[in-house]
Design a protein around this ligand. Structure first.
Ligand code: PEP
Length: 252
């Protein structure tokens, strides 16, 4: 009932020629995804968005990795929602742990961006996840609860079906140290329960929750077999066409 979603996150990788080459090679993958009713896409650096979108059109989701909450103004280095919309980009990752760590992105700041995206009929992919220290202290759930409640503050129930949530334990991102499928499912089902407590079962049954953290073609299937994991947010293994295709074929 919930459509699977595989979203690559290129982070700060791929020059424009590299991004174009990748995009040109995705037709077979996107056809296969469509045939099997899987949503697939990539979150690109700003510089690559226009060209990638022009090539893949509607066949793949193309997302930014961040966006400003403000429409315009004196915010050097920022990119706004109207700018994204002008090149037909309507998805954005919000609150990736790298931005939380290096750019002081708090859940309050994420919330303002999520509300701005939803007001513009766009789709936020809201990332949450705990540090190794929090995990080892057994405080994952209380940490995640704060991120979810603050991040979704003021989001209307009717906008929730467009929200995607990605659970990404920081200790498993780019480290090759995966959370087990049991841990991933435990937290993803907890997030669904939080959404249920906030919005009821119609919304919580609908909202897509992804797992992210060292997902590869050889381990993706175990995560996606879990009942509350609807897809994956994938960094390293979204950079080559071979791996990108492998993520899809591994779950078919
Ligand atoms: C990510 O960038 O969100 C991510 C999960 O990275 P990786 O798959 O490389 O761990």
């Amino acid at each position: 009932m919930r459509k699977k979603l595989l979203l690559g996150n290129w982070k700060m990788n791929k020059t424009l020629p590299e991004a174009i080459e990748f995009a040109k090679g995705t037709k077979e993958i996107s056809d296969l995804a469509k045939k099997n009713k899987v949503d697939m896409g990539v979150a690109c650096p700003y510089i690559d968005l226009y060209a990638v979108k022009k090539i893949v059109k509607k066949h793949l989701i193309v997302a930014s990795q961040n966006v400003s909450k403000d429409d315009h103004g004196a915010f050097t280095g920022e990119v706004s929602i109207p700018m994204l919309k002008s090149i037909n980009i309507d998805w954005s990752i919000i609150g990736h742990s790298e931005r939380r760590a290096y750019d002081a992105e708090t859940s309050e700041k994420c919330n303002a961006k999520i509300l701005a995206l939803l007001n513009n009929n766009m789709t936020p992919v809201y990332c949450c996840g705990e540090s190794l220290e929090t995990f080892e202290a057994g405080k994952t759930k209380e940490f995640i609860k704060e991120q979810i409640i603050t991040g979704l503050n003021g989001v209307k129930a009717e906008d929730m079906p467009r929200v995607v949530i990605a659970y990404e334990p920081i200790w498993s991102i780019g480290t090759g140290k995966n959370a087990s499928k049991e841990i991933a499912e435990d937290i993803c089902s907890y997030i669904r329960k939080l959404v249920h407590d906030l919005y009821g079962s119609k919304v919580s049954n609908h909202v897509r929750i992804l797992y992210g953290g060292s997902v590869k073609p050889n381990n993706i299937k175990e995560y996606l077999s879990e009942k509350d994991i609807d897809g994956a947010l994938v960094g390293g293994a979204s950079l080559s066409l071979t791996d990108f295709k492998g993520l899809l074929t591994s779950i078919l």
